[in-house]
Design a protein around this ligand. Structure first.
Ligand code: KE4
Length: 429
Protein backbone atom coordinates (compact mmCIF):
# COMPACT_ATOMS: atom_id res chain seq x y z
CA UNK A 1 0.00 0.00 0.00
CA UNK A 2 1.44 3.39 -1.02
CA UNK A 3 1.60 5.73 1.97
CA UNK A 4 4.21 8.29 0.86
CA UNK A 5 1.96 11.33 1.24
CA UNK A 6 0.80 10.30 4.72
CA UNK A 7 4.41 9.72 5.74
CA UNK A 8 5.39 13.15 4.43
CA UNK A 9 2.48 14.84 6.21
CA UNK A 10 3.24 12.98 9.44
CA UNK A 11 6.87 14.15 9.39
CA UNK A 12 5.69 17.74 9.02
CA UNK A 13 2.86 17.30 11.55
CA UNK A 14 5.30 16.08 14.19
CA UNK A 15 7.26 19.33 13.91
CA UNK A 16 4.09 21.32 14.55
CA UNK A 17 1.84 19.31 16.93
CA UNK A 18 2.61 16.97 19.86
CA UNK A 19 2.97 13.49 18.35
CA UNK A 20 1.79 14.97 15.04
CA UNK A 21 -1.82 14.58 16.12
CA UNK A 22 -4.60 16.44 17.88
CA UNK A 23 -5.66 13.49 20.01
CA UNK A 24 -3.17 10.92 21.30
CA UNK A 25 -4.84 7.67 20.29
CA UNK A 26 -4.74 8.75 16.62
CA UNK A 27 -0.94 8.47 16.66
CA UNK A 28 -1.27 4.67 16.38
CA UNK A 29 1.58 4.25 18.88
CA UNK A 30 0.16 1.03 20.38
CA UNK A 31 -0.41 -0.76 17.06
CA UNK A 32 3.11 -0.33 15.69
CA UNK A 33 2.53 1.87 12.69
CA UNK A 34 2.30 5.47 11.64
CA UNK A 35 -1.08 7.14 11.16
CA UNK A 36 -2.55 7.53 7.70
CA UNK A 37 -3.97 10.95 6.88
CA UNK A 38 -7.58 11.02 5.70
CA UNK A 39 -8.54 13.11 2.67
CA UNK A 40 -12.27 12.37 2.51
CA UNK A 41 -14.97 10.01 3.65
CA UNK A 42 -18.35 8.99 2.34
CA UNK A 43 -20.78 6.40 3.69
CA UNK A 44 -18.72 3.74 5.43
CA UNK A 45 -15.63 4.45 3.30
CA UNK A 46 -12.55 6.51 4.13
CA UNK A 47 -10.01 7.60 1.49
CA UNK A 48 -6.52 8.56 2.63
CA UNK A 49 -4.24 11.16 1.05
CA UNK A 50 -2.54 8.45 -1.03
CA UNK A 51 -5.84 7.32 -2.48
CA UNK A 52 -6.13 4.13 -0.41
CA UNK A 53 -9.73 3.24 0.50
CA UNK A 54 -10.90 1.62 3.72
CA UNK A 55 -14.10 0.29 5.22
CA UNK A 56 -14.35 2.45 8.35
CA UNK A 57 -15.24 0.86 11.71
CA UNK A 58 -14.18 3.88 13.78
CA UNK A 59 -16.74 6.37 12.44
CA UNK A 60 -14.89 9.26 14.08
CA UNK A 61 -15.12 7.32 17.40
CA UNK A 62 -18.89 7.14 17.31
CA UNK A 63 -20.56 10.19 15.74
CA UNK A 64 -20.91 8.67 12.26
CA UNK A 65 -23.85 6.36 12.99
CA UNK A 66 -25.26 7.33 9.57
CA UNK A 67 -21.92 7.00 7.81
CA UNK A 68 -19.83 9.91 6.58
CA UNK A 69 -21.07 12.89 4.54
CA UNK A 70 -24.72 11.92 4.84
CA UNK A 71 -26.42 14.20 2.28
CA UNK A 72 -29.07 15.45 4.73
CA UNK A 73 -26.42 16.30 7.34
CA UNK A 74 -24.14 18.02 4.81
CA UNK A 75 -27.07 19.98 3.37
CA UNK A 76 -28.13 21.13 6.84
CA UNK A 77 -24.62 22.35 7.65
CA UNK A 78 -24.21 24.17 4.30
CA UNK A 79 -27.67 25.76 4.50
CA UNK A 80 -27.04 26.95 8.07
CA UNK A 81 -23.51 28.20 7.38
CA UNK A 82 -24.86 30.48 4.64
CA UNK A 83 -26.73 32.39 7.37
CA UNK A 84 -23.74 32.66 9.71
CA UNK A 85 -21.58 30.24 11.65
CA UNK A 86 -21.75 31.54 15.21
CA UNK A 87 -23.67 34.32 16.95
CA UNK A 88 -22.85 34.03 20.64
CA UNK A 89 -26.56 34.52 21.14
CA UNK A 90 -29.55 32.17 21.37
CA UNK A 91 -30.75 30.73 18.06
CA UNK A 92 -33.85 28.69 17.14
CA UNK A 93 -31.78 25.59 16.33
CA UNK A 94 -30.70 25.20 19.98
CA UNK A 95 -34.34 25.15 21.05
CA UNK A 96 -35.20 22.53 18.42
CA UNK A 97 -32.33 20.22 19.35
CA UNK A 98 -32.92 20.70 23.08
CA UNK A 99 -36.55 19.68 22.59
CA UNK A 100 -35.50 16.59 20.67
CA UNK A 101 -32.93 15.55 23.30
CA UNK A 102 -35.37 16.12 26.18
CA UNK A 103 -38.03 14.14 24.33
CA UNK A 104 -35.73 11.20 23.52
CA UNK A 105 -33.62 10.74 26.68
CA UNK A 106 -35.67 9.53 29.68
CA UNK A 107 -33.58 11.26 32.38
CA UNK A 108 -33.35 14.64 30.67
CA UNK A 109 -35.92 17.32 31.59
CA UNK A 110 -33.50 20.19 30.87
CA UNK A 111 -30.26 20.18 28.88
CA UNK A 112 -27.23 22.43 28.36
CA UNK A 113 -25.16 22.16 25.17
CA UNK A 114 -21.38 22.42 25.36
CA UNK A 115 -18.58 21.69 22.88
CA UNK A 116 -17.26 18.26 23.77
CA UNK A 117 -17.93 15.18 25.84
CA UNK A 118 -15.22 16.30 28.26
CA UNK A 119 -17.01 19.60 28.85
CA UNK A 120 -20.25 17.70 29.40
CA UNK A 121 -18.86 15.32 32.01
CA UNK A 122 -16.80 17.94 33.87
CA UNK A 123 -19.85 20.21 34.04
CA UNK A 124 -22.08 17.39 35.26
CA UNK A 125 -19.63 16.57 38.05
CA UNK A 126 -19.39 20.24 39.05
CA UNK A 127 -23.20 20.37 39.16
CA UNK A 128 -23.35 17.23 41.33
CA UNK A 129 -20.80 18.71 43.74
CA UNK A 130 -22.67 22.03 43.81
CA UNK A 131 -26.01 20.32 44.37
CA UNK A 132 -24.84 17.97 47.16
CA UNK A 133 -22.17 20.14 48.75
CA UNK A 134 -19.96 17.05 48.76
CA UNK A 135 -16.57 16.61 47.09
CA UNK A 136 -15.78 13.03 46.10
CA UNK A 137 -16.43 11.54 42.65
CA UNK A 138 -16.62 7.77 42.16
CA UNK A 139 -15.69 6.46 38.72
CA UNK A 140 -14.85 2.97 37.48
CA UNK A 141 -11.47 1.55 36.46
CA UNK A 142 -11.14 1.57 32.68
CA UNK A 143 -13.95 4.03 32.10
CA UNK A 144 -13.00 7.23 30.32
CA UNK A 145 -14.96 10.45 30.70
CA UNK A 146 -12.71 12.84 28.79
CA UNK A 147 -9.56 14.57 29.92
CA UNK A 148 -10.77 16.82 32.76
CA UNK A 149 -8.50 16.60 35.82
CA UNK A 150 -11.01 14.70 37.95
CA UNK A 151 -11.21 11.83 35.51
CA UNK A 152 -7.58 11.00 34.74
CA UNK A 153 -7.45 8.30 37.37
CA UNK A 154 -7.23 4.74 36.02
CA UNK A 155 -8.97 6.06 32.94
CA UNK A 156 -9.59 4.14 29.76
CA UNK A 157 -9.18 5.03 26.09
CA UNK A 158 -5.93 6.79 25.27
CA UNK A 159 -4.77 6.76 28.91
CA UNK A 160 -4.52 2.95 29.01
CA UNK A 161 -3.59 2.72 25.35
CA UNK A 162 -0.50 4.81 26.00
CA UNK A 163 0.07 3.20 29.40
CA UNK A 164 -0.05 6.53 31.19
CA UNK A 165 -0.68 5.83 34.93
CA UNK A 166 -2.71 8.99 35.39
CA UNK A 167 -1.36 12.27 34.13
CA UNK A 168 1.28 14.70 35.36
CA UNK A 169 -0.26 18.11 35.88
CA UNK A 170 -3.22 16.81 37.83
CA UNK A 171 -2.68 18.01 41.43
CA UNK A 172 -2.89 15.44 44.23
CA UNK A 173 -5.67 17.56 45.75
CA UNK A 174 -7.82 16.83 42.70
CA UNK A 175 -6.92 13.17 42.42
CA UNK A 176 -7.66 12.48 46.08
CA UNK A 177 -11.29 13.40 45.47
CA UNK A 178 -11.65 10.84 42.71
CA UNK A 179 -12.16 7.22 43.71
CA UNK A 180 -11.88 4.64 40.97
CA UNK A 181 -13.32 1.23 41.72
CA UNK A 182 -13.74 -1.96 39.65
CA UNK A 183 -16.51 -1.97 37.02
CA UNK A 184 -19.19 -4.65 37.47
CA UNK A 185 -18.22 -5.34 41.11
CA UNK A 186 -21.36 -4.84 43.23
CA UNK A 187 -19.66 -5.71 46.54
CA UNK A 188 -16.96 -3.05 46.19
CA UNK A 189 -19.55 -0.62 44.89
CA UNK A 190 -21.79 -1.06 47.94
CA UNK A 191 -18.88 -0.95 50.39
CA UNK A 192 -17.55 2.26 48.79
CA UNK A 193 -20.87 4.11 48.55
CA UNK A 194 -21.88 3.21 52.11
CA UNK A 195 -18.62 4.65 53.49
CA UNK A 196 -19.99 7.99 54.70
CA UNK A 197 -16.51 9.31 55.44
CA UNK A 198 -15.88 9.49 51.70
CA UNK A 199 -18.25 12.46 51.26
CA UNK A 200 -19.37 11.24 47.82
CA UNK A 201 -21.14 13.76 45.57
CA UNK A 202 -21.66 11.54 42.53
CA UNK A 203 -20.93 8.35 40.70
CA UNK A 204 -20.14 8.68 37.00
CA UNK A 205 -20.33 5.57 34.86
CA UNK A 206 -20.29 4.50 31.24
CA UNK A 207 -23.48 2.39 31.33
CA UNK A 208 -21.80 0.27 28.68
CA UNK A 209 -18.04 0.70 28.85
CA UNK A 210 -16.47 1.56 25.50
CA UNK A 211 -13.05 2.74 26.62
CA UNK A 212 -11.45 -0.43 27.91
CA UNK A 213 -12.79 -2.08 24.82
CA UNK A 214 -16.52 -2.83 24.91
CA UNK A 215 -17.63 -4.22 28.28
CA UNK A 216 -21.35 -4.60 29.03
CA UNK A 217 -22.73 -4.03 32.53
CA UNK A 218 -23.18 -7.24 34.50
CA UNK A 219 -26.74 -8.37 35.12
CA UNK A 220 -28.25 -6.03 37.77
CA UNK A 221 -25.09 -3.85 38.08
CA UNK A 222 -26.76 -0.67 36.83
CA UNK A 223 -29.95 -1.37 38.76
CA UNK A 224 -27.97 -1.84 42.01
CA UNK A 225 -26.00 1.32 41.26
CA UNK A 226 -29.27 3.23 40.87
CA UNK A 227 -30.74 1.78 44.09
CA UNK A 228 -27.67 2.61 46.19
CA UNK A 229 -27.19 6.14 44.84
CA UNK A 230 -30.89 6.93 45.34
CA UNK A 231 -30.84 5.55 48.92
CA UNK A 232 -27.66 7.48 49.81
CA UNK A 233 -28.51 10.78 48.09
CA UNK A 234 -25.60 10.42 45.66
CA UNK A 235 -26.05 11.89 42.17
CA UNK A 236 -25.90 9.18 39.49
CA UNK A 237 -24.37 10.38 36.21
CA UNK A 238 -24.56 8.24 33.08
CA UNK A 239 -21.81 9.14 30.65
CA UNK A 240 -23.62 8.33 27.40
CA UNK A 241 -21.20 10.16 25.13
CA UNK A 242 -20.75 6.88 23.23
CA UNK A 243 -24.01 5.06 24.03
CA UNK A 244 -26.35 8.04 23.67
CA UNK A 245 -28.48 7.67 20.51
CA UNK A 246 -26.22 4.67 19.72
CA UNK A 247 -27.75 1.79 21.71
CA UNK A 248 -31.31 3.13 21.38
CA UNK A 249 -32.93 6.48 20.71
CA UNK A 250 -32.92 6.95 24.49
CA UNK A 251 -29.46 5.45 24.86
CA UNK A 252 -28.35 2.81 27.35
CA UNK A 253 -30.78 4.14 29.97
CA UNK A 254 -33.67 3.24 27.66
CA UNK A 255 -32.09 -0.09 26.69
CA UNK A 256 -31.50 -1.16 30.30
CA UNK A 257 -34.43 0.68 31.90
CA UNK A 258 -32.22 2.42 34.49
CA UNK A 259 -32.67 6.19 34.73
CA UNK A 260 -29.79 8.32 36.12
CA UNK A 261 -30.05 11.80 37.65
CA UNK A 262 -27.80 13.35 34.99
CA UNK A 263 -26.78 12.23 31.51
CA UNK A 264 -23.80 13.34 29.44
CA UNK A 265 -23.98 13.24 25.65
CA UNK A 266 -21.69 14.02 22.72
CA UNK A 267 -20.62 12.51 19.39
CA UNK A 268 -23.88 11.56 17.59
CA UNK A 269 -25.85 14.63 18.78
CA UNK A 270 -23.46 16.87 16.87
CA UNK A 271 -23.56 14.94 13.61
CA UNK A 272 -19.77 15.03 13.50
CA UNK A 273 -19.37 18.66 14.58
CA UNK A 274 -17.94 19.62 18.01
CA UNK A 275 -20.68 19.18 20.57
CA UNK A 276 -21.49 17.81 24.00
CA UNK A 277 -24.45 18.12 26.30
CA UNK A 278 -25.43 17.40 29.88
CA UNK A 279 -28.93 17.25 31.21
CA UNK A 280 -31.19 15.74 33.79
CA UNK A 281 -33.82 16.49 36.37
CA UNK A 282 -35.15 20.04 36.42
CA UNK A 283 -34.28 20.35 40.12
CA UNK A 284 -30.60 19.71 39.35
CA UNK A 285 -30.35 21.60 36.06
CA UNK A 286 -31.87 24.75 37.56
CA UNK A 287 -28.74 24.99 39.72
CA UNK A 288 -26.83 25.94 36.53
CA UNK A 289 -26.14 29.63 35.81
CA UNK A 290 -27.90 31.87 35.07
CA UNK A 291 -30.78 30.13 36.90
CA UNK A 292 -28.56 28.97 39.73
CA UNK A 293 -25.07 29.43 41.21
CA UNK A 294 -23.19 26.61 39.47
CA UNK A 295 -21.22 28.30 36.73
CA UNK A 296 -20.56 26.86 33.27
CA UNK A 297 -20.21 28.73 29.99
CA UNK A 298 -18.89 28.45 26.44
CA UNK A 299 -18.32 30.78 23.49
CA UNK A 300 -19.44 28.25 20.91
CA UNK A 301 -21.96 26.32 22.98
CA UNK A 302 -25.14 25.73 20.98
CA UNK A 303 -23.25 26.59 17.81
CA UNK A 304 -25.75 26.77 14.92
CA UNK A 305 -23.73 24.47 12.66
CA UNK A 306 -23.43 21.76 15.31
CA UNK A 307 -27.10 22.14 16.19
CA UNK A 308 -28.11 21.85 12.52
CA UNK A 309 -25.92 18.78 12.00
CA UNK A 310 -27.25 17.19 15.18
CA UNK A 311 -30.86 17.91 14.23
CA UNK A 312 -30.36 16.39 10.79
CA UNK A 313 -28.78 13.28 12.31
CA UNK A 314 -31.37 12.80 15.05
CA UNK A 315 -34.21 13.34 12.61
CA UNK A 316 -32.92 10.32 10.73
CA UNK A 317 -32.12 8.01 13.66
CA UNK A 318 -35.56 8.60 15.16
CA UNK A 319 -37.27 7.28 12.03
CA UNK A 320 -39.17 4.02 12.70
CA UNK A 321 -37.03 0.94 12.25
CA UNK A 322 -33.63 2.66 12.31
CA UNK A 323 -32.35 0.95 15.45
CA UNK A 324 -34.01 -2.37 14.67
CA UNK A 325 -32.20 -2.50 11.34
CA UNK A 326 -28.87 -1.51 12.90
CA UNK A 327 -29.33 -4.12 15.63
CA UNK A 328 -30.15 -6.85 13.13
CA UNK A 329 -27.19 -6.05 10.90
CA UNK A 330 -24.83 -5.82 13.90
CA UNK A 331 -26.09 -9.12 15.34
CA UNK A 332 -25.53 -10.87 12.02
CA UNK A 333 -22.03 -9.40 11.73
CA UNK A 334 -21.25 -10.29 15.34
CA UNK A 335 -22.35 -13.90 14.79
CA UNK A 336 -20.12 -14.19 11.72
CA UNK A 337 -17.21 -12.66 13.66
CA UNK A 338 -17.77 -15.20 16.45
CA UNK A 339 -17.41 -18.03 13.92
CA UNK A 340 -14.15 -16.56 12.59
CA UNK A 341 -12.83 -16.02 16.13
CA UNK A 342 -13.58 -19.65 17.02
CA UNK A 343 -11.59 -20.82 13.97
CA UNK A 344 -8.65 -18.46 14.61
CA UNK A 345 -5.17 -19.83 15.55
CA UNK A 346 -5.13 -17.66 18.69
CA UNK A 347 -7.76 -17.15 21.43
CA UNK A 348 -10.15 -14.29 20.70
CA UNK A 349 -13.07 -13.03 22.80
CA UNK A 350 -15.66 -10.85 21.08
CA UNK A 351 -17.66 -8.43 23.24
CA UNK A 352 -20.59 -6.93 21.39
CA UNK A 353 -23.62 -4.91 22.39
CA UNK A 354 -25.72 -3.41 19.62
CA UNK A 355 -23.47 -1.80 17.02
CA UNK A 356 -20.50 -1.58 19.41
CA UNK A 357 -17.94 -4.37 19.52
CA UNK A 358 -14.34 -5.24 20.41
CA UNK A 359 -12.17 -8.26 19.59
CA UNK A 360 -10.02 -9.02 22.64
CA UNK A 361 -6.98 -11.24 22.11
CA UNK A 362 -7.37 -13.42 25.17
CA UNK A 363 -9.05 -16.66 26.21
CA UNK A 364 -10.73 -15.16 29.29
CA UNK A 365 -14.05 -13.33 29.57
CA UNK A 366 -13.57 -9.58 29.57
CA UNK A 367 -15.81 -8.08 32.25
CA UNK A 368 -13.74 -5.25 33.70
CA UNK A 369 -10.49 -3.28 33.52
CA UNK A 370 -8.36 -5.99 35.13
CA UNK A 371 -9.46 -8.65 32.66
CA UNK A 372 -9.19 -6.23 29.74
CA UNK A 373 -5.57 -5.49 30.65
CA UNK A 374 -4.79 -9.21 30.26
CA UNK A 375 -5.55 -9.00 26.55
CA UNK A 376 -2.58 -9.44 24.22
CA UNK A 377 -2.07 -5.96 22.78
CA UNK A 378 0.78 -7.15 20.55
CA UNK A 379 -1.65 -9.50 18.83
CA UNK A 380 -4.13 -6.66 18.53
CA UNK A 381 -1.37 -4.69 16.80
CA UNK A 382 -0.81 -7.53 14.30
CA UNK A 383 -4.57 -7.75 13.73
CA UNK A 384 -4.82 -3.99 13.22
CA UNK A 385 -1.98 -3.94 10.65
CA UNK A 386 -3.32 -6.90 8.66
CA UNK A 387 -6.80 -5.40 8.61
CA UNK A 388 -5.50 -2.01 7.49
CA UNK A 389 -3.46 -3.64 4.71
CA UNK A 390 -6.66 -5.42 3.70
CA UNK A 391 -8.61 -2.17 3.49
CA UNK A 392 -10.38 -2.19 6.88
CA UNK A 393 -9.94 0.77 9.24
CA UNK A 394 -10.12 -0.16 12.93
CA UNK A 395 -9.46 1.72 16.16
CA UNK A 396 -5.67 1.80 16.66
CA UNK A 397 -6.00 0.39 20.18
CA UNK A 398 -7.18 -2.79 21.87
CA UNK A 399 -9.05 -0.60 24.37
CA UNK A 400 -11.58 1.00 22.06
CA UNK A 401 -14.77 0.04 20.24
CA UNK A 402 -15.56 -0.79 16.66
CA UNK A 403 -18.69 0.96 15.41
CA UNK A 404 -21.12 -0.30 12.77
CA UNK A 405 -23.16 2.37 10.99
CA UNK A 406 -26.30 2.50 8.89
CA UNK A 407 -23.96 2.97 5.91
CA UNK A 408 -22.28 -0.44 6.30
CA UNK A 409 -24.21 -2.53 3.80
CA UNK A 410 -24.03 -6.33 3.45
CA UNK A 411 -21.35 -6.18 0.76
CA UNK A 412 -19.06 -4.02 2.92
CA UNK A 413 -19.57 -6.25 5.93
CA UNK A 414 -18.93 -9.42 3.93
CA UNK A 415 -15.73 -7.88 2.57
CA UNK A 416 -14.69 -6.95 6.12
CA UNK A 417 -15.34 -10.55 7.20
CA UNK A 418 -13.13 -11.86 4.40
CA UNK A 419 -10.31 -9.57 5.47
CA UNK A 420 -10.86 -10.55 9.10
CA UNK A 421 -10.64 -14.25 8.28
CA UNK A 422 -7.40 -13.75 6.39
CA UNK A 423 -6.01 -11.49 9.15
CA UNK A 424 -6.87 -13.92 11.94
CA UNK A 425 -5.07 -16.71 10.04
CA UNK A 426 -1.87 -14.65 9.90
CA UNK A 427 -1.74 -13.98 13.65
CA UNK A 428 1.24 -15.41 15.44
CA UNK A 429 1.87 -15.33 19.20
P1 KE4 B 1 -14.59 14.29 23.97
O1 KE4 B 1 -14.11 15.35 24.92
O2 KE4 B 1 -13.43 13.51 23.33
O3 KE4 B 1 -15.62 14.81 22.98
O4 KE4 B 1 -15.42 13.19 24.82
C1 KE4 B 1 -14.80 12.59 25.92
C2 KE4 B 1 -15.50 11.28 26.21
C3 KE4 B 1 -16.37 11.23 27.29
N1 KE4 B 1 -17.02 10.09 27.59
C4 KE4 B 1 -16.85 8.96 26.85
C5 KE4 B 1 -17.59 7.72 27.23
C6 KE4 B 1 -15.97 8.97 25.74
O5 KE4 B 1 -15.80 7.83 25.02
C7 KE4 B 1 -15.28 10.15 25.41
C8 KE4 B 1 -14.31 10.22 24.26
N2 KE4 B 1 -14.09 9.01 23.53
C9 KE4 B 1 -12.79 8.88 22.93
C10 KE4 B 1 -12.65 7.49 22.30
N3 KE4 B 1 -13.05 6.43 23.11
C11 KE4 B 1 -12.55 9.94 21.92
C12 KE4 B 1 -11.40 9.68 20.97
C13 KE4 B 1 -10.17 10.46 21.35
O6 KE4 B 1 -9.93 10.70 22.55
O7 KE4 B 1 -9.45 10.84 20.40
Amino acid sequence: MKTDRSAQLFLEAKTLMPGGVNSPVRACRSVGCEPLFVRKASGCMLTDVDGNEFIDFVGSWGPMILGHSHPEVVEAICRTAADGTSFGAPSPLEVELAAMVCDAVPSIEKVRFVNSGTEATMSAVRLARGYTGRKAVVKFDGCYHGHADSFLVKAGSGVITLGIPGSPGVPEDIVKNTLSIPYNNEAVLEETLRNASLDIACVIVEPVAGNMGVVAPAQNFLRRLRELTRELGIVLIFDEVITGFRLALGGAQERFGVIPDLTCLGKIIGGGLPVGAYGGKRELMEMIAPDGPVYQAGTLSGNPLAMAAGLAMLNIVKRPGFYAELEEKSAWFGDEMEKLAAAAPVPIVLNRIGSLMTCFFTDKPITDFESALQANTALYGQYYRHMLAGGVWLAPSQFEAAFISAAHDRAHLEQALRVTESSFKKLMV
